[in-house]
Design a protein around this ligand. Structure first.
Ligand code: ADQ
Length: 460
């Protein structure tokens, strides 16, 4: 019989996900857990005065959701400060934005310890435990301390930077040692995988043996595997939804408002890692360099605000508002604005319908673990007349989608030139590039990714 799977992530998706607002990951995890039976453990999303000592477990069929609340202080130190204002910028190569403080690190460790304690009581001996992301890097070590001998895997959804950047973190040795307590550590790309190996070899005297599909590492008296497992999307679902969206009211509203003008689209959480300032600059440069597109092309940037409690996020929001205002002030005409900037979320189908109408998907993060929107853009296209993906070389997706037009987001002139190339690309070339990218997306769906990781973990 297959082992029971225990997924651990910072947030447990609400049960109603799988419908309109859900991300592909939540849908894939829920579907797989329902099939194999399993537990999804993590934060409920609630901040309370005194969190309960035990997890709150609700079962539906073979799937159990086990959630814990956080105290105000935990939420601030673990989530806002150490995870999102220390590890997030550091792992996205933004050493300049890191604000290290030992109090927050202690809070991060304390919450990981509490998660381990509350999870341990729910475990059965054969469970496969799969931990997700940077919030929970110490969880493996904390579970081992409690005597948990199960197989435990970690998948990092965000990048891992090179050793010299990691070493700027005062507690890098302690933090990085945590990786060795997992049996399998998975990354989005070969680049991230190589960064961990290089770090461990040079800082922890690790011995590494390369095998097909990954490395076996000996470090800190432990043996574990380090592999690249790029995530995918639910490709057929996105294709279907985008096609169905054509009859929706939002789709028609956008279509009518464009009035035969062409559309470039960007969709990102409002985050400094997504390269939005450079993107707006590049678009302004494009309008100056190719004035034939004035009043002919708009950029629609959808960017719902995230992490409002962190100063850098309010700052990037202000910067972008000012910048969009400048660009629109310089170029707008009575019947046209160059940048349509929307700070809000949309249902997934609506979003895919918007992506379908854009001749160019402009996805130019300065650093990104993978970037699912790049894939969703491709899967949303009309097969007979697909648009062109312009993709940052610094998104993990660039490793899996070489047939996109790959750009350096810091090179605003280069990006402007590539937008022009995308808008003027002949149909035949667009189709060829799109088909070969779709081949990749169809063969690496989010289900395939999930099954592959679980299979590798069960062999680890
Ligand atoms: P994110 O940084 O959140 O994910 P991304 O991969 O682009 O980035 O995923 C965002 C998801 O949210 C997409 O599915 C997108 O459709 C959806 N979304 C974004 N804006 C939306 C809006 N306005 N309305 C509705 N939906 C919206 C992290 C890492 C990534 C990695 C993923 C998965 O930072 O690099 O690809 O995890 O591993």
């Amino acid at each position: 019989m297959a082992n029971r799977i225990v997924i651990v992530s910072n947030r447990v998706a609400p049960v109603n996900e799988g419908k309109a607002a859900a991300g592909g990951l939540a849908v894939a995890v829920l579907a797989a857990l329902r099939r194999s039976g399993g537990v999804w453990f993590g934060w409920s999303g609630e901040v309370v005065a005194a969190p309960d000592e035990a997890a709150n477990v609700t079962e539906s069929g073979r799937l159990a959701r086990a959630t814990v609340d956080l105290s105000e202080r935990d939420h601030e130190e673990y989530y806002n400060r150490f995870a999102n204002a220390t590890l997030w910028p550091l792992f996205h190569y933004r050493v300049d934005l890191v604000n290290f403080d030992r109090v927050n690190y202690a809070g991060y460790r304390r919450v990981n310890r509490a998660f381990a304690r509350k999870l341990a009581g729910l475990l059965q001996p054969d469970d496969l435990i799969w931990v997700h992301d940077y919030h929970l890097i110490p969880l493996g070590e904390e579970l081992r301390r409690l005597g948990v001998g199960n197989r435990i895997g970690l998948f990092l959804h965000i990048p891992l930077p090179p050793r010299e950047l990691l070493a700027t973190l005062p507690v890098h040795k302690e933090l990085m040692r945590c990786f060795s307590h997992f049996d399998l550590v998975g990354f989005q790309t070969e680049t991230d995988r190589a960064h961990l190996l290089d770090y461990l070899v040079r800082e922890a005297k690790a011995r590494v043996e390369e095998h097909e599909g990954g490395a076996v590492v000996r470090a800190h008296r432990r043996v574990f595997k380090v592999e690249a497992h790029p995530i995918g999307i639910d490709t057929p679902y996105v294709e279907r939804s985008a096609a169905r969206a054509e009859s929706s009211r939002d789709f028609q509203r956008l279509h009518v408002s464009l009035a035969d003008r062409r559309l470039i689209i960007g969709v990102d959480r409002l985050d400094y890692s997504k390269g939005l300032v450079h993107r707006f600059d590049a678009f302004a440069h494009f309008l100056r360099a190719y004035p034939q597109h004035l009043n002919r092309v708009s950029l629609m940037q959808i960017a719902p605000p995230s992490r409002g409690g962190i100063a850098e996020y309010s700052e990037i929001r202000r910067t972008l508002e000012t910048l969009a205002g400048h660009v629109n002030g310089e170029f707008a005409e009575v019947d046209w604005v160059p940048i349509r900037y929307l700070n809000r979320s949309f249902g997934r189908r609506t979003l895919f319908g918007f992506l379908r109408q854009a001749q160019v998907g402009l996805i130019t993060p300065l650093r990104d673990g993978m970037n699912l929107v790049a894939m969703e853009y491709l899967a949303s296209q009309r097969p007979q007349d697909p648009g062109v993906l312009v993709l940052s070389r610094f998104a993990g997706a660039a490793e899996t989608l070489p047939d996109a037009l790959i750009v350096n987001p810091y090179d605003v002139e280069g990006v402007a030139k590539t937008i022009q190339a995308a808008l003027t690309m002949p149909l035949e070339e667009r189709r060829e590039r799109w088909q070969s990218s779709m081949h990749v997306l169809r063969s690496n769906s989010v289900e395939a990714w999930y099954e592959r990781f679980v299979a590798r973990l069960s062999q680890a």
